[in-house]
Design a binder for this molecule. Structure first.
Ligand code: ARG
Length: 460
């Protein structure tokens, strides 16, 4: 006889088609450790309410501990007849405790149980993901520090724009990831609210103590509105936004790596252990990790939009649609915990070609802005300075040479303001060093930025 939590008023069991559709235990089993923790906290509240004796509580806690070990080792598995994780856990407890196991659902519904389990689960996963993001930040920082003084072309519109420190380029990824880590930490604080005690939707007539159960489970407070508590999935959508945004950042890092590793750029050499070959072209060495990081982002964005679409028309309070919130979250966690360590390894083992980047830094007339800004310092109106620097570029294009190669006479012919002193800014190093205000690409500034980031990581 399969264990169902709701057989009483039904003449027969569910059809096979319904049972198959309804079943969630094959994916929500990963909430089992959290269902046990929650059950322990609930049992303590029942004892405080006089609904369990001290001896009964001791038996329940012993059974929960034993069951926890069985679940952790894999010895305990859900049965195919269990509808969901809550059903499976109750069945296991009744097998160990007899009728006492049936007392523990008093005052609880799967509606408040599942919302509680899911918050507990996500709190742990958020911590695990944040740890992996910090590891990636460390790998990026190590490389950035190595290349704080390495000049590289900086791009806008994927066209050479101005020379920048390559450490500055890598530092920008550490910055965006720092926002992701911040968001994850905020998520934990904002969502430390316990739904347990809300029951199906209306709270409980039993003398339970939602505040004490909330504290027992490490939440800041218990939910103030039982109807909201069982139907609120903001914490899920918010988690999926945090992870989609993180995915977008990983994707942009991945895209840059793909460019950098291309034959045309040739800026980075990937370690053999972090690149793949081709089944037909023997020479190939492909940046698959970077590509998968880029690809996974689409999937993570899909999970966010899927859950938001599922939520948008839902009436209050609990509706079974809400069961669809699990798989997108589980997949998000799984994908991130796969891709983050791979990216970290790829970054940590990369070799950047500083010479090649430096040589490319001057090409594309990347010093034109330096001429314009030098003219401004000589008192020329920027609008005119921009025109003059543009005329220099035109002259170079005509002659097939670069800005530093213009002769004194050619410069003077373009504008009397262009004295030979302009040459002081016509080097990549001069250009980089001149951008020394906060946030700029001057190597000393970059070193300061990287030091601050490193300090924040140590604190985190
Ligand atoms: N498995 C459900 C979920 O994930 C929880 C059970 C609530 N079921 C119910 N019939 N009220 O949302």
């Amino acid at each position: 006889e399969p264990t169902r939590l709701w057989g009483g008023r039904f003449a027969g069991g569910p059809s096979e088609a319904l049972a198959r559709l309804s079943r969630s235990v094959h994916f929500d089993w990963r909430l089992a450790p959290y269902d046990l923790r929650q059950t322990g906290a609930h049992a303590r509240v029942l004892r405080n309410a006089g609904l369990l004796t001290d001896d009964e509580l001791a038996s329940v806690e012993a059974a929960l501990a034993e069951l926890g070990e069985g679940i952790a080792s894999g010895a305990v598995q859900p049965s195919p007849d269990d509808e969901d994780v809550h059903t499976a856990v109750e069945r296991e407890l009744i097998e160990r405790l007899g009728p006492l196991g049936g007392k523990l659902r008093a005052g609880r519904s799967r509606n408040d149980q599942v919302a509680t389990d899911f918050r507990l689960y996500l709190r742990d996963q958020v911590a695990a993901i944040a740890t992996e993001v910090v590891a990636l930040q460390e790998a990026l920082l190590d490389q950035a520090e190595r290349h704080a003084s390495t000049a590289a072309p900086g791009f806008t519109h994927l066209q050479h724009a101005q020379p920048v420190s390559f450490g500055h380029e890598l530092g920008k990824h550490v910055q965006s990831l720092a926002r992701d880590v911040d968001r994850l930490h905020d998520w934990v604080e904002r969502n430390a609210v316990s739904p347990l005690g809300s029951g199906a939707l209306a709270g409980s007539s039993l003398p339970l103590d939602p505040e004490s159960v909330a504290k027992d489970l490490g939440f800041h407070s218990a939910a103030a509105n039982s109807i909201d508590a069982v139907s609120d999935r903001d914490f899920v959508a918010e988690f999926l936004f945090c992870t989609a945004m993180l995915g977008v950042h990983l994707s942009r890092l991945g895209e840059e790596y793909c460019l950098w590793a291309s034959t045309e750029f040739g800026w980075v050499r990937l370690d053999d252990a972090y690149s793949t070959g081709s089944s037909i072209m023997p020479q190939k060495k492909n940046p698959d990790i970077a590509e998968l990081a880029r690809g996974k982002a689409g999937r993570l964005i899909g999970h966010l939009t899927g859950v938001l679409a599922m939520l948008k028309g839902l009436p209050f309070a609990y509706n079974r649609d809400l069961q669809e919130d699990k798989e997108p979250v589980f997949d998000t966690v799984d994908q991130l915990l796969l891709v983050l360590p791979a990216l970290t390894g790829m970054v940590a083992t990369s070799t950047f070609d500083a010479e090649r980047m430096g040589a490319a830094a001057t090409t594309g007339f990347a010093l034109a802005t330096d001429i314009a800004e030098w003219l401004v310092r000589q008192g020329v109106v920027f609008r005119d300075a921009h025109e003059i620097a543009g005329a220099c570029v035109q002259e170079c294009e005509k002659q097939g040479k670069d800005l530093p190669d213009l002769t004194d006479a050619e410069l003077a012919a373009i504008s009397p303001h262009l004295t030979p002193d302009v040459r002081e800014v016509l080097t990549v190093a001069g250009s980089m060093h001149s951008r020394s205000a906060l946030g700029g690409t001057a190597p000393e500034r970059v070193a300061g930025q990287l030091g601050d980031l490193r300090g924040d990581l140590v604190e985190a």
